[in-house]
Write a protein that binds this ligand. Structure first.
Ligand code: ADP
Ligand code: MG
Length: 383
């Protein structure tokens, strides 16, 4: 890494989704100009950027112009083709580094790293053929989850298998696509840790977050979580060990499972800000996106301290019926709405999120329940 990037210079982001949009807004607040590189003509990040390179990831001419403009580049989406990342890393500062992305894009690579660091993943096997899948099932069954090794998100690319019939259905659907099979865990809680790491090795860790997923998609994140101090130390220690091992620069998130029998498993990592860190935009002294901009620019990290108990509620397309009940939400003090500027509200599509803050955990819980009722979208508790 080289010296710091001065306000007025350009920071770049590969990928044009909502994470890129919130990064761009945070970087612009610090005085940077932001270039987004994303093939789609209209996208949440491109719409707010100072410049949008709307070109394919293998358009070397455009990618070269992007690198020439940007003093440093980050990524908001882990499936940017590795060749594009290499190309960028040869021409400008890329943070996180390409090996962090190579780890995070493959579930097999992630789990192998977790095992080597002693932060155990769920029992798993790698498969790349029907016979691998059947052998793995004989070992890990009867209740497993089969996940594509790459390109999965929001529960997509996953099959629950709990019988020989469902095994054979999955085998025909997947064929020779590389996958990992995991034992299905009887979950008590899900947690995540979001942290920022600077190029001088400083680390700022946000509080442990408690997450509730519905149909594989994050529904709510709550801070403070119910994790006790020993559990928090363990999860934070695991996330820090992963970041150190990758010589990571930027914002990273790690997801954890706690089973009903008390065992803790490391689920997956994200080499970027994470949906479960959106609460930091209103609950913490510096948001995860501000930390991302600071780390990328080589500035000192901000404080990750929580100043208000916060619940984040995802706004999926499902909540538009036919429009979002904005007035009822916004008339409550402590409800902050963040929308991503997406035109079509489809079920399961992440359209925005709301952060509910209050002076106490009890009050924030009540306000979150009220908001969820207004939205008609489920509960803040698992099960
Ligand atoms: P994604 O990349 O889509 O986030 P995850 O592996 O994190 O994929 O799975 C999404 C959610 O599905 C998890 O947060 C959890 O609620 C549930 N899940 C995934 N794997 C398992 C498992 N092995 N046992 C129990 N629940 C699981
Ligand atoms: Mg996940």
């Amino acid at each position: 890494m080289t010296s710091k990037v001065e306000p007025g210079q350009w920071l770049g982001v590969l990928g044009g989704g909502q994470l890129g949009r919130m990064f761009a807004q945070a970087a612009q607040s610090l005085g940077y100009r932001v270039a987004v590189y994303e093939p789609a003509e209209h996208c949440p990040a491109g719409d707010v950027a100072d410049h949008h390179f709307a070109a394919a990831y293998d358009n070397w001419e455009q990618l070269s112009a992007f690198c020439e403009r940007c003093a440093a580049v980050t990524v908001e989406f882990e499936n940017v083709p590795p060749q594009a990342l290499e190309f960028v890393a040869e021409r400008t500062r890329l943070a996180p580094n390409a090996s962090a992305f190579a780890t995070a894009r493959s579930r097999r690579n992630e789990k192998t790293l977790f095992t080597s660091l002693g932060v155990d993943p769920v029992p798993w096997r790698y498969t790349e053929s029907p016979s691998d899948i059947r052998d793995a099932y004989a070992e890990l069954g009867p209740d497993v989850v089969l996940k594509t090794n790459e390109f999965g998100y929001d529960g997509k690319g996953q099959w629950r298998i709990a019988s020989i019939d469902s095994l054979e259905n999955a085998v025909s659907a997947i064929g020779n696509t590389p996958c990992v099979m995991e034992k299905r865990i009887d979950l008590d809680r899900e947690f995540s840790v979001v942290l920022a790491r600077a190029d001088n090795g400083d680390v700022a860790t946000f509080d442990v977050v408690e997450n509730v997923h519905v149909s594989g998609i994050l529904h709510t994140s709550t801070v403070p979580s119910c994790a006790d101090e020993a559990q928090q130390d363990r999860l934070v220690g695991a996330a820090r060990a992963i970041a150190e091992s990758l010589d990571y620069v930027g914002v990273m998130a790690v997801e954890f499972f706690v089973a009903k029998d008390g065992r803790v498993y490391t689920n997956e990592m994200a080499p970027r800000p994470h949906n479960s860190g959106h609460y930091t935009m209103n609950g913490c002294r510096s948001s995860q996106f501000e930390q991302q901009a600071r780390a990328l620019a080589g500035l000192p990290l901000g404080s990750a301290e929580l100043h208000s108990p916060t619940v984040m509620i995802n706004l999926l397309g499902d909540a538009w019926s036919p429009v979002l009940p904005l007035k009822r939400l916004l008339s409550q003090p402590g409800v902050n709405v963040h929308l991503y500027g997406k035109a079509d509200a489809k079920p399961g599509r992440k359209m925005g999120h709301i952060n509910v803050t209050a002076p106490s955990a009890e009050k924030v819980g009540r306000l979150a329940e009220y908001s969820i009722e207004v939205l008609g979208v489920g509960a803040t508790h698992q099960g």
